[in-house]
Design a protein around this ligand. Structure first.
Ligand SMILES: C[C@](O)(CO)[C@H](O)COP(=O)(O)OP(=O)(O)OC[C@H]1O[C@@H](n2ccc(N)nc2=O)[C@H](O)[C@@H]1O
Ligand SMILES: Nc1ncnc2c1ncn2[C@@H]1O[C@H](COP(=O)(O)OP(=O)(O)OP(=O)(O)O)[C@@H](O)[C@H]1O
Length: 311
């Protein structure tokens, strides 16, 4: 007799870069009000879920050793949250193939949480509404709603309230991945400290960034990129200055620290420039590894096994 082996559901979720990140003052709840423009990039994590007799997380990829496989993994917490809503036990084996750098400021853990919500909604046939998934995502982390949505979006509140942003065409990026990671709360605390002792530059409003995105012209967008957390990331990891300079020397239009860092993101003119800038940057010895990516790309989506792409 044939036995039926349950098929896994596989979901791919994108990383993000903040094209514009304005950080407001520290709120009583320990978060900062943000005004940020996110773009989802084609550097992905892939999450596979399948029924099992207990909840487990397995992680593969170059950075796997740095990722917890217990209940502190954001994917584990996403599974518990959705199981509670479904009124069932979270009996699933979760396998994460990491393509997004860990603690790199590109929303790696958030992508896994978003992917797990989408995967388990499909595996358990819950048919959860968009709003419901958004609510769970916001409980899991400030970047998780954006990883669900993808594309390009304006984020306010903690970064969890999103409005889509109109863009034309595709923007090309080169990413310089650093040797270690930076802790997001430590970077926010460093910014508070810098602001207490001085007056680090603050990015302005995002109006010009939104116009440049609508025009689709990377030359227009390049001088407008800005991140209030960059001063804090550079203060904690001064070597990043050299990385940023090397990207410009290699021919990028502009470079900035991605989110809380330490990944540096370089905007380039087109795909051809991405290839030449990445080769030169890799040769400069200023980072662990270099990746080419483009955006905007969609948010967390179920992929057929055969469509699976590894980056
Ligand atoms: C830096 C960004 O990646 C920019 O998109 C996000 O603001 C960080 O989002 P995240 O990693 O999902 O962060 P969360 O897990 O929600 O929060 C981690 C910690 O970062 C700090 N945090 C985060 C978001 C925010 N708006 N203000 C903060 O001060 C808080 O100390 C918080 O305890
Ligand atoms: N699924 C996960 N993938 C990676 N790290 C995770 C995961 N779950 C929990 N973590 C923990 O969270 C920490 C931050 O990891 P993550 O890769 O999400 O950082 P990040 O990309 O800088 O986040 P963000 O850009 O959202 O601030 C890691 O050091 C790790 O201990």
């Amino acid at each position: 007799m044939l036995s039926v082996v349950p098929a896994p559901v596989i979901v791919r979720a994108p990383s993000k870069v903040n094209l514009h990140l304005a950080v407001g003052d520290l709120r009583p709840d320990g978060y900062h009000d943000l005004h940020t423009v996110f773009q989802a990039l084609s550097l992905y994590d892939e999450v596979s879920v399948v029924g099992a007799d207990k909840l487990s997380v397995h992680v593969s990829g170059a950075d796997a050793g740095a990722v917890p496989t217990d209940s502190t993994n954001l994917a584990w917490r996403a599974a518990e949250l959705l199981a509670e809503r479904a009124g069932r036990a979270p009996e699933v084996a979760i396998t994460i193939a990491k393509g997004i750098p860990v603690a790199g400021g590109m929303a790696g853990g958030s992508a896994d949480a978003a992917a797990t919500l989408v995967a388990l909604d499909a595996l358990w046939g819950l048919g959860a509404s968009r709003d419901e998934l958004d609510g769970f995502a916001a409980q899991l982390g400030s970047d998780v709603p954006f990883c669900l949505h993808g594309g390009t979006a304006l984020g306010t509140g903690r970064g969890e309230r999103l409005v889509p942003v109109l863009t034309r065409g595709t923007f090309h990026w080169v990413l310089a991945l650093a040797k270690g990671g930076l802790s997001t709360p430590v970077v926010f605390r460093e910014l508070d400290r810098l602001r207490e002792s001085g007056d680090p530059h603050r990015v302005g409003d995002s109006d010009d960034v939104l116009s440049a995105l609508a025009s689709g012209d990377p030359h227009e967008l390049a001088p407008l990129l800005g991140n209030d957390l960059q001063a804090a990331a550079l203060s904690l990891d001064p070597k990043l200055r050299r990385t940023l300079r090397a990207g410009i020397d290699a021919g990028a239009l502009a470079g900035l620290v991605s989110g809380s860092g330490p990944t540096c993101a370089f905007l380039v003119a087109d795909h051809h420039a991405a290839v030449t800038v990445s080769a030169e940057l890799a040769g400069a010895g200023v980072c662990r590894t270099v990746r080419v990516a483009s955006g905007p790309v969609p948010g967390a989506r179920v992929v057929a096994d055969t469509d699976t792409a590894h980056h």
